[in-house]
Design a protein around this ligand. Structure first.
Ligand SMILES: NC(=O)c1ccc[n+]([C@@H]2O[C@H](COP(=O)([O-])OP(=O)(O)OC[C@H]3O[C@@H](n4cnc5c(N)ncnc54)[C@H](OP(=O)(O)O)[C@@H]3O)[C@@H](O)[C@H]2O)c1
Length: 229
């Protein structure tokens, strides 16, 4: 049984992560701004601890979360919370782009840094794992259609943070996976994706389980394909 944290746990891919980790018997710490009834109902499935009021876009949110956890060891941290706002060159909203950086790029970095003592404690059992749920829309090599400035830029930035974290944390036995979930039917895609959250998360958990200090810092599709930066 591992202690697992999922951010953005109240809906979409985050909620499904909680469901699947609970089903396999892990202790799930579900971090969210506001718990949903779907999340609360998962309590019946196993060992669920809901931590509300955790805004990953705020320094206070991350430090308050660390305070609440105390010295609880964490074996898996899934930085899942994210937002996508459409912008075109004609309708550029700089504040909206800035907000996507706060949530998508700085969120995983501030949460990972705040919880480092917990991850180091988790690594004493062998290895602790950090997953960053990014998007292939943050791949520069894969950008063949332009647009989506804030989302693309903020996901490219978090990919870079993930690689630096992989280097910096290797000696502390904390491995980092940078993961694309596929095109998934959630609120973010107006439920217009290609796959269900259940399929996406099965693949994502397989990637997290396969993470080692040798392959740390890799950018994977949930289906196992290594993606270009
Ligand atoms: N769906 C896809 O096809 C797809 C593809 C590529 C990558 N992704 C990535 O996968 C992750 C999950 O996306 P999803 O499809 O499940 O989206 P979603 O259904 O829109 O859910 C987003 C989650 O992030 C949380 N969140 C947003 N801002 C937050 C903040 N400031 N602090 C804490 N939580 C916050 C939301 O909580 P609230 O309810 O409080 O807003 C919600 O739980 C994101 O990082 C997304 O970029 C998704």
């Amino acid at each position: 049984m591992a202690n697992v944290i999922v951010t953005g746990a109240n809906r979409g891919i985050g909620l499904e992560f909680c469901r699947q980790f609970l089903e396999r018997g892990d202790h799930v710490i579900a971090a969210c701004r506001k718990p949903s009834s779907d999340l609360e109902m998962l309590g019946a499935k196993g060992n669920l601890q809901i931590e509300g009021n955790i805004d990953v876009a705020s320094d206070n949110g991350a430090s308050m979360f660390a305070e609440r956890l105390g010295n609880q060891p964490i074996e898996i941290l899934v930085n899942n919370a994210g937002i996508m706002r459409p912008e075109s060159l004609e309708k550029l909203d700089i504040d909206s782009i800035r907000q996507q950086f706060e949530v998508n790029s700085l969120g995983p970095l501030r949460v990972t840094r705040a919880l480092l003592p917990n991850l180091e404690a988790g690594a004493r059992s062998g290895l602790a794992r950090v997953a960053i749920i990014t998007s292939r829309m943050g791949s520069i090599a894969d950008n063949t259609s332009g647009g989506m400035y804030g989302y693309r830029m903020s996901k490219a930035a978090v990919n870079m943070a993930g690689v630096s974290l992989a280097h910096d944390l290797k000696s502390r036995k904390v491995a980092v996976a940078i993961l694309h979930p596929g095109y998934v039917k959630t609120d973010m895609t107006n439920h217009g994706g290609q796959i269900e959250p259940s399929e996406a998360v099965r693949g994502l958990i397989a990637r997290i389980d396969a993470l080692t200090l040798k392959n740390t810092g890799t950018f994977w599709h949930q289906n196992g394909e290594v993606l270009p930066w």
